[in-house]
Design a binder for this molecule. Structure first.
Ligand code: RIB
Ligand code: CA
Length: 302
């Protein structure tokens, strides 16, 4: 059983990743922290507070996190995740509220109670960097950080950079300079995991109430990709990351290296360049069949 904390900028693929974690007994979700990213942190937090009771886990504590990156201005993902970040699916308000404790204190408490936990970061690394800055003992308490981000090939928000690392590249630098074991599930891996809407429909994702919820949430993503590239597809970066956390053996290509972040104001800002070294495990490809099996288990949630 892997004990995990999820840090999320809950957009639609984050929601599916949270669903994957809750659908697998291999992981135990200790808490969730929210961060500015796909949408503003207030909306991200509202999305998580409404999603968790729908998935039967309103007991999991939610901590509201950073409202903007360490240095840069906030940057959101636009309409890709719909206006509300959940594909414009309206979830009921179960009256759940976020914890009164600060997110960094919440992370510290849970890490002290569960030394060796895995922090699964599905958005920009702003919260992770702030928590490490405030409480350096977290470098010993965290077992591993698994972060969805970076691109060695073409990015998605610019041709050079992947969204999470583009939004807050300074926070990536802080995490790289820590000594916490770091695994990065890259955008390159997500591109190789692209599925058409028809493939996802044929897999039967929508064959349950929960599965249909996640399928419906992805409609703006299919529409955005269709408008940009001519076919209704999705890449599932965060579900891919959580599938790896559930079962790391599904990785099919791993690289080791140091990552050099482009921090200047150039057009390359947010680019993550692999260099010689051992700091980061980069996940470049995941097994498609194994991922599909893990993804489909979210149908069991309701
Ligand atoms: O680049 C993809 C990443 O940016 C995903 O985590 C998505 O949810 C957004 O946060
Ligand atoms: Ca995300």
């Amino acid at each position: 059983m892997k004990e995990i904390l999820i840090d999320t900028d809950c957009g639609v693929d984050d929601a599916a990743a949270i669903g994957i974690a809750l659908a697998h007994s291999e992981v135990n979700v200790l808490g969730i922290t929210t961060v500015n990213g796909n949408v503003g942190v207030a909306q991200v937090t509202e999305n998580v507070l409404r999603l968790m009771p729908v998935l039967g886990r309103g007991d999991i504590p939610v901590f509201r996190g950073a409202s903007r990156p360490l240095i840069a201005q906030p940057h959101h993902a636009g309409g890709i995740h719909g206006h509300n970040g959940l594909g414009d699916v309206q979830l009921p308000d179960a009256g759940k509220t976020f914890e009164s404790a600060g997110f960094a204190e919440g992370i510290l408490r849970l890490a002290r109670e569960h030394p060796g936990l895995t922090l699964v970061a599905l958005g920009p690394l702003t919260n992770v960097a702030i928590a490490l800055n405030l409480y350096p003992e977290l470098e010993e308490l965290f077992g591993e950080i698994v972060s969805m981000g970076g691109a060695l090939g073409r990015g998605n928000i610019t041709q050079y950079a992947e969204f999470n690392y583009f939004v807050d590249p300074e926070s990536v630098q802080v995490v790289l300079e820590s000594k916490v074991p770091l695994t990065v599930v890259t955008w390159d891996a997500a591109v190789k995991m692209a599925h058409s809407e028809e493939e996802i429909r044929a897999l039967g994702l929508g064959d349950s109430k929960a599965g249909k919820l996640f399928f419906d949430m992805h409609q703006p993503v299919f529409a955005y990709i269709e408008k940009s590239y001519g076919s209704r597809m999705a890449m599932f970066p965060d579900p891919l990351t959580m599938a790896y956390v559930v079962n790391p053996s599904i990785a099919r290509e791993e690289l080791r290296g140091d990552l050099k972040m482009e921090l200047t104001g150039s057009p390359r800002r947010g680019a993550s360049v692999r260099q010689k070294g051992e700091r980061v495990k980069l996940i470049m490809e995941i097994d498609k069949g194994e991922f599909q099996s893990i993804l489909l288990r979210i149908r069991n949630l309701a």
